[in-house]
Design a protein around this ligand. Structure first.
Ligand SMILES: NC(=O)c1ccc[n+]([C@@H]2O[C@H](COP(=O)([O-])OP(=O)(O)OC[C@H]3O[C@@H](n4cnc5c(N)ncnc54)[C@H](OP(=O)(O)O)[C@@H]3O)[C@@H](O)[C@H]2O)c1
Length: 256
């Protein structure tokens, strides 16, 4: 085995990636699969899931999909068990599924609050509780949450979304405290502004897009592919001493 393989290869690992049919989750699923992991992606829409898995198969990757609504506890449980039935217990859990609904703060309904917390925060908690202890028993595991700069500061009507992402950062630290002694690291990837279907409205306004790009240090907005390297690192042996951390992949936006 070469040096880079020793550090970063995911051969023999299994991964579950929520939101793996679109945007950042799709790029991360592809990266983990190309690094050798067997990957199950989870989201609701079957056509997108199937298309993503077909693309991976064409590249010679091992991948499968499970359709489930992570906005309900039942959906999360079903997704977990269906995913395990494919390649076994995951060694790597990536929570990228997320929603961003932006009503004005004073009009934020119970429904928007509940839906946001369910998908963005509760599903990662439930999946972590399902898989984390077993990872700890086996002595290896990697949990990676995709949060947001809005976990750290308000930005374009952060509302419930920012709260859910702040909670997710704390969840990573709680999980890291619990399971790091047993070889399970828990970290977050923190995007800035990334051109994906999630923010279609904002990314279709060229002036806003240019203004946001100017706020980064690199001078452009993020692409889903920008997350590949950091995801492989956090999923691999190489990151065994990195835990409870927020890794900003934002072109310097947060420090500019
Ligand atoms: N794009 C950005 O600028 C940005 C910035 C900061 C943070 N983030 C975070 O990055 C993560 C990925 O975002 P993205 O930009 O890649 O968004 P995206 O392209 O819209 O992808 C979201 C994914 O989540 C899935 N999903 C949404 N609700 C779900 C549910 N109830 N059950 C199961 N799956 C569900 C979607 O599939 P279905 O709709 O088919 O279910 C899709 O696969 C999110 O957590 C987001 O908050 C993004």
């Amino acid at each position: 085995m070469g040096y880079l393989d020793e550090l970063f290869s995911l051969a023999g690992r299994t991964a579950l990636v929520t939101g793996g049919s679109s945007g950042i989750g799709k790029a991360i699923a592809r990266a983990l699969a190309r690094a050798g992991a067997s990957v199950v992606i989870v989201a609701r829409r079957e056509a997108e899931l199937k298309a993503a898995v077909d693309e991976l198969a064409q590249e010679g990757c091992t991948a499968a999909w499970v359709s489930a609504d992570l906005g309900t506890r039942e959906g999360v449980r079903a997704a977990a068990e269906e995913a395990v039935a494919v390649y076994g217990e995951p060694d790597i859990l990536v929570n990228s599924a997320g929603i961003n609904l932006r009503p004005p703060m004073g009009e934020l309904s119970d429904e928007v609050w509940d839906a946001t917390m369910a998908v963005n925060l509760e599903a990662p908690f439930l999946l972590g509780r399902r898989f984390g202890p077993k990872m700890a028993e086996r002595g290896f595991g990697r949990i990676i949450h995709v949060t947001s700069q809005q976990a750290h500061r308000a930005f374009v009507q952060s509302g419930a979304y920012g709260v859910s992402k702040g909670g997710l950062e704390s969840l990573a630290r709680s999980q890291a405290e619990a399971w790091s002694p047993h070889g399970v690291t828990c970290n977050t990837l923190v995007p800035g502004f990334v051109m994906t279907p999630l923010n279609e409205r904002l990314s279709s306004d060229p002036d806003r897009v240019a203004a946001l790009a100017a706020r980064t240090m690199v001078g452009r907005n993020g692409l889903a592919e920008d997350f590949e390297g950091a995801a492989v690192f956090l999923a691999s042996r190489a990151s065994g001493y990195v835990t409870g951390q927020a890794v900003f992949v934002d072109g310097g936006l947060s420090v500019h």
